[in-house]
Write a protein of this length. Structure first.
Length: 151
């Protein structure tokens, strides 16, 4: 932000963003976001766009890891793992793509893990969520490449 960048920072609890807001003032827009909600994701992207007038970069960094054997993982934890790590990233990505198409520019950085390329025991659900992110990201790269090439 020392270079003049503006950041829409998201969190489930906006007060978690008090420190960067205090440090950088109006350059940081704190936005409440439940990443598991598609509606919240679209609303957060709209709020950032409406506030700054454009979005140049999306960094998808939300995620957590469920530790435990696959056979012992509850349905609730398994669904939460995939909901946050995969679907949360998908919702925000979908929301920003329309803006990038209208602007004819934009970058998406998907934060994944080496565990989306190789897996470790007791991290089966986390591994699966990161494999899914990598597969989605590879496909998205080919889709938007074709889109940008036609402009």
């Amino acid at each position: 932000m020392e270079r003049g960048h503006k950041v829409a920072a998201t969190a489930r609890k906006p007060e978690d963003l008090d420190e960067p807001v205090a440090a950088y003032g109006d350059a940081v827009l704190p936005v409440k976001l439940d990443i598991d909600s598609r509606a919240d994701s679209f609303a957060a992207v709209k709020k950032a766009y409406d506030h700054f007038g454009r979005i140049d970069v999306l960094i998808n960094n939300a995620g957590f890891a469920v530790f435990g054997a696959i056979e012992e993982t509850s349905e609730e934890l398994a669904r939460a793992q995939i909901e946050t790590n995969f679907f949360g990233l998908l919702w925000v990505t979908q929301a920003v793509l329309a803006i990038f198409r209208a602007q004819k520019s934009g970058y998406i950085i998907q934060v994944s893990s080496t565990l989306g390329l190789a897996s470790l025991p007791v991290l089966g659900l986390y591994n699966a969520s990161r494999y899914a992110v990598n597969g989605l990201s590879e496909t998205l790269a080919t889709e938007v490449k074709l889109f940008w090439a036609s402009m």
